[in-house]
Design a protein around this ligand. Structure first.
Ligand code: HEC
Length: 142
């Protein structure tokens, strides 16, 4: 009778201890999951926030492929020959470089200063960034 009772008690205690262990492990798992998902969410937020508005400074910017389409779409409405600089396809590079709109590899270039002062209002951040990078990369006719 005594042996049976102590056996039963032991089992009860063991079970209780096991349950505690299981709770503890489960709690640790949940905390770890929360921490990982927090890190994951934070890093994906950062990606989303910065990707659309920046261009890597190591990316090459090409005058014909990157800038001329912007000039054609947003500038030649007014800069089509009579107003300096002439930004039409085929004339733009010569007009910009001989007209004094590019100070070699420098952000004080008239072209960059002008588009950075809200002229024209519709030019996006990324396109202004492209102009600056192109100037800094040597303003090549590439
Ligand atoms: C709605 C007409 C209009 C549009 C569109 C326009 N410009 Fe102009 N731009 C002007 C006028 C007018 C001037 C002269 C007055 C002034 O400096 O604001 C001028 C002046 C400039 C100058 C300075 C010229 C100088 O001799 O100092 C630059 C550089 C220039 N624009 C670049 C651009 C670029 C690049 C775009 C397109 C991204 C653009 N403009 C779009 C009307 C326009």
């Amino acid at each position: 009778m005594f042996i049976a009772l102590s056996g039963y008690l032991c089992e009860l205690i063991n079970n209780k201890l096991n349950m505690r262990k299981i709770y503890k492990t489960a709690r640790q798992l949940i905390v770890a999951l929360l921490v990982f998902s927090g890190i994951f969410l934070a890093s994906s937020c950062e990606k989303y926030k910065f990707k659309p508005v920046t261009i890597s400074p190591t990316d090459s910017v090409f005058f014909q492929a990157d800038l001329q389409p912007v000039f054609t779409a947003t500038c030649i409405l007014c800069h089509k020959g009579t107003r300096n600089p002439d930004l039409r396809n085929g004339n733009s590079y010569t007009s910009l470089t001989t007209g004094g709109f590019i100070t070699p590899a420098d952000s004080t270039s008239k072209l960059y200063v002008k588009v950075n002062s809200g002229h024209p209002a519709s030019l996006s951040d990324i396109n202004r960034q492209k102009i600056l990078l192109w100037v800094k990369q040597g303003a090549h006719n590439n």
